[in-house]
Design a binder for this molecule. Structure first.
Ligand SMILES: *[C@@H]1O[C@H](CO)[C@@H](O)[C@H](O)[C@H]1NC(C)=O
Ligand SMILES: *[C@@H]1O[C@H](CO)[C@@H](O)[C@H](O)[C@H]1NC(C)=O
Ligand SMILES: *[C@@H]1O[C@H](CO)[C@@H](O)[C@H](O)[C@H]1NC(C)=O
Ligand SMILES: *[C@@H]1O[C@H](CO)[C@@H](O)[C@H](O)[C@H]1NC(C)=O
Length: 453
């Protein structure tokens, strides 16, 4: 009898907790967001704000209280938007949160979940949290703890666009030296002037793909209303931002023509976000194929309603690049703090599957969810709101599918022409770059990138 009642309750829940639109039903929601406001990761030479200063605010690279607040707001907005689809109370079978293994993304995920579920009802005490109201133990009022999963950052090809990847480093190194689009930025007198000005001001000569380091810290200091050095001006920051934005787009493969048979526009996003796009696609595929099945390998996905990835600006930028939507959705630079891309899976009564994509530009006080489905390559650009066939998402995922990303990352054969075409009698015609050089570069580059974002 009890079992029947439980079954009936579950059935009723399934029937009533749904979002529908005509003959279509929302099946699964997946989001990828950037952490909230954070401290800089490194000072520049002569920086007035040193380690002691940032330690008092949580330390280099850490999420600030402003950043936590941003994610509480985002979580609350996601809960409100999908209220009918999501369980009323947090339930580990229906919600899965995966963060990169970085303090600020993990704490962003926790803050986001506080916005969604942790302000629980007082009548859930002893169900969702213990009854500790005074001394010696005090549980935060109605706080429901929510699991946040992670994996080692160096191997995290889903959330970390700069996970250890010699192939990506080698491709970018080759492009940096040979792509005309990069050369154009380097040779631009505006770039040269800026780099010379930085040299005069702080005594460092940056490569254009290192300018982000200075941009990052000056942006954050100014954003925190700190007194800036005399050499700094808003016009300087704007110039730095402009150059840095263009370089970061190139690093994501955007605006790059193929060169020597290498299609950078595919090869770079494939390594930076192809695994993420394919992970989302896999969740949608198995969600559909498992419907109505009770096999063991279907139980996790059958329960799942919401999957969230807590990650970085470059994760979202390169994910949007795989969809073909980066230029339209974030035309300049990288996504803002607590921005989020949300992918919805829908299905109609005939069983045909569709997706929609929404983008939340940043802080929840300023932005809401904008529909961006039409910007995905293959969807109808003329329609502001639409259900785009899931086949289109699958095509994008196929195009950028890295397979086993860790394995592909070790494969440098795409650059074999560098050594094979080198003519010993005329060594000056082809830049010859040895594997050993790439490996050393990769390790240095990976270590550097591990410190950022
Ligand atoms: C995380 O926090 C610990 C403890 O403060 C610190 O040692 C570590 O460097 C931080 N790591 C990252 C990746 O944020
Ligand atoms: C700064 O520029 C000067 C003049 O071009 C150069 O000699 C010096 O090496 C540069 N400094 C650094 C740290 O690169
Ligand atoms: C910013 O760039 C413009 C155009 O190149 C230039 O005229 C101006 O001097 C630059 N400002 C600074 C502070 O670098
Ligand atoms: C689950 O396992 C069955 C039988 O081994 C297999 O046919 C099916 O494709 C699997 N489904 C998923 C979603 O992995």
């Amino acid at each position: 009898m009890l079992i029947r009642i439980i079954t009936l309750t579950i059935l009723l829940n399934i029937v009533f907790s749904q979002i529908t639109d005509g003959d279509k039903t929302l099946i699964l929601v997946q989001s990828v967001w950037r952490h909230g406001d954070r401290n800089p990761t490194d000072p520049y030479p002569g920086d007035a704000y040193d380690k002691t200063f940032w330690d008092a605010r949580g330390g280099y690279g850490e999420l600030t209280t402003r950043g936590m607040a941003m994610h509480v707001k985002l979580g609350a907005k996601i809960k409100k938007r999908y209220n009918q689809h999501l369980p009323q109370y947090y339930n580990a079978a229906e919600i899965y949160v995966r963060s990169t293994d970085v303090n600020r993304t993990i704490i962003s995920a926790m803050s986001n979940m506080i916005g969604m579920y942790a302000q629980g009802d007082s009548d859930r005490v002893n169900r969702d949290y213990p009854d500790f109201t005074g001394t010696p133990y005090k549980w935060p009022s109605n706080f429901v703890p929510i699991a946040v999963h992670t994996v080692d950052d160096n191997t995290d090809h889903l959330g970390n666009a700069n996970a250890y990847c010699p192939r990506q480093d080698a491709l970018w190194k080759y492009c940096y030296q040979n792509c005309p689009e990069v050369k154009k930025i380097i040779d631009d007198p505006a770039t040269q002037n800026l780099i010379a000005y930085i040299n005069q001001s702080i005594g460092i000569t940056y490569r254009v793909d290192e300018l982000w380091k200075l941009h990052d810290v000056t942006f954050i200091e100014n954003d925190n209303n700190l007194k800036m050095p005399t050499w700094w001006s808003q016009s300087f920051q704007d110039n730095l931002t402009d150059i840095n934005d263009r370089v970061e787009d190139l690093q994501d493969g955007l605006n790059l023509q193929a060169l020597n048979g290498i299609n950078f526009a595919v090869e770079l996003p494939k390594l930076r976000a192809g695994a993420l796009t394919n992970d989302m696609r896999m969740h949608m595929d198995i969600k559909l194929s498992c419907a109505g099945k009770t096999t063991r390998n279907c139980s996790w996905i059958n329960g799942l309603k919401y999957y969230a990835y807590s990650a970085h600006d470059e994760t979202i930028a390169s994910f949007l690049a795989t969809l073909g939507a980066k230029d339209d959705v974030v035309p300049h630079g990288y996504p803002l703090y607590s921005s989020a891309a949300v992918v919805e899976l829908w299905q109609d009564k005939q069983g045909k599957a569709y997706f929609k994509v929404f983008y939340h530009q940043g802080d929840g006080d300023l932005y809401d969810f904008d529909e961006i489905t039409k910007y995905v390559t293959g969807c109808d650009r003329s329609m502001n709101s639409q259900y785009c066939s899931l086949d289109v998402f699958e095509k994008r995922a196929d195009l950028y599918n890295p397979g086993d990303a860790a394995k592909l990352c070790q494969d440098l054969s795409i650059l074999d022409f560098l050594s094979s075409s080198a003519n010993p009698t005329n060594p000056s015609t082809t830049p010859k770059v040895s594997r050993g050089y790439f490996d050393l570069f990769s390790i240095t580059f990976t270590l550097l990138m591990a410190l950022i974002r």
